[in-house]
Design a protein around this ligand. Sequence first.
Ligand code: GDP
Length: 367
Amino acid sequence: MEKLWSILSNKVKESNKITEEKVLEDWIAGIIRVLLQSDVDFKIVREIERKIKTLIKSDDLESGRNKFIILHQAIFSEICKILDVGRPSFIPKKRKPSVVMFVGLQGCGKTTTCTKYAYYHARKGWKPALVCADTFRAGAFDQLKHDALKARIPFYGSYTESDPVKLAVQGVANFKKKNVNLIIVDTRVCHKQDASLLEELHQVSEAIQPDLVIFVMDSRIGQAASNQAQAFKRSVEVGAVIVTKMEGHAKGGGALSIVKATKSPVIFIGFGEQMDALKEFDLKSFVSRLLGMFDWYGFMHRQPELLEKVSEGESTFRIMYEHLQNALKIGPGGQIPGFSKDHSKESETKLKHYKAFMDSMTNGGKF
Ligand code: GDP
């Protein structure tokens, strides 16, 4: 997959040779490709393209090589704006029991994420409990039970009850009587936009009146994301999103559609099948990854010395380069996102690539 970084640096090099207008056109085409390859919805890509073109025409844009940096920052902030829709509709508090209902398409990782979410909170001193309201899928209760036992989380479900509404109500009522402050309700998965399944979800939601509904999405959902999210939003009040399976090559561009359609923020990222493979959503790291960029933000936060210089206003590409070089010397490259584990030739090449880019920046690469 193409990386925004290499498109940017190639264009900066080329800008000496051909007309700037042509370079900008090519650059925008490259950006569009990166976004589409990252599964960002076509309409959102067009919207971003329009905004960038307007910015190019505006007099505010200085001439010279920094133009690319300004445009790059503009794209970054446009995507951040789409994803940054504020807080979830509800934030559970330890002192009062909350009911959180999980919904999602089949195979998105919903049941696994319910336990991960419970485990995450249990480790922070909460008293969570799990309710299985999926009466349809054979093995749904067994799966939840297995995960819950492993995570030592209390659970509720039935092998005989066939009414998901009854089961959800009983489960929630059962835990409300107990010393539990986070009741997590796993619901039946939907295969596609099936009206009867969505109606069932609506009924469960009406019956248990959840404080928060979390939509779980597979990071690879791609262009179908928007329609799916809108269908769910019509039957339940989605208030937050969790994106799963982010440990592979998936960029999670579908999240932009889900966030736009549900007007709800991403709150967690799932990055593996293990219980603890759930982390809080970090907007800047997510957008860096989506754009196929090196995650400077995440990297800097793992480099206290660099962070200090940045906060003192000494942020330059060169400082970053030096730190990157040192980090590669000290430990395996695998510790740095975008670099392979074995400090291989590939890492060296990437490093050279970054250096060439930084050297091509005016002003010593100062931001
Ligand atoms: P559901 O049908 O939505 O309830 O999905 P499940 O919870 O049964 O998960 C489907 C598959 O995805 C299982 O094999 C899970 O272990 C796997 N899974 C869930 N979350 C993640 C994740 O973040 N990364 C990876 N690689 N697999 C996951």
